[in-house]
Design a protein around this ligand. Structure first.
Ligand code: ZN
Length: 132
């Protein structure tokens, strides 16, 4: 079963089928829909061919339902959504808003699981006492 993803503001469901939908904006783009894979560590991104993201570009993520900006207090480059697994466990999932940066932090209580080849970039902003 696939994990569910919810907006932290309106609790709306962001996963449809096998993809998680976000509205995004960048300095160059007024708005584009982006589809991410629900499995942490899978960085397949789908969007319209006209919506080209350049490596290193800062992309803001918004909930497509309530239009809240998905930010996190941990770092301005990280977005946060709620993830629920099949057993109903709730995680906070943080991911980078920088195009091309592959890092995901899945947090429940004091434990953090990290994914992606750039995961070291924001490690200092997470309590990683459980993984040392
Ligand atoms: Zn929302």
């Amino acid at each position: 079963m696939l994990n569910d993803f919810q907006c932290p503001s309106c609790k709306g469901q962001l996963r449809v089928g096998e993809q998680v939908i976000f509205m995004t904006k960048s300095k160059k783009w007024q708005g584009g829909l982006i589809l991410l894979h629900p499995e942490p560590g899978n960085y397949i991104v789908e969007n319209h061919p006209s919506f080209k993201l350049e490596e290193g570009e800062h992309v803001d993520f918004y909930c497509p339902i309530c239009h809240s900006k998905l930010t996190s207090e941990k770092h301005k480059n990280l977005a946060m959504v709620i993830m629920k697994d099949e057993s109903g466990k709730k995680f906070e999932v943080f991911f980078s808003k920088i195009a091309g940066e592959e890092c995901t932090y899945q947090v429940i209580g004091d434990s953090t699981e990290i994914y992606g080849k750039h995961a070291k970039t924001y490690l200092d902003f997470f309590n990683l006492s459980q993984t040392t």
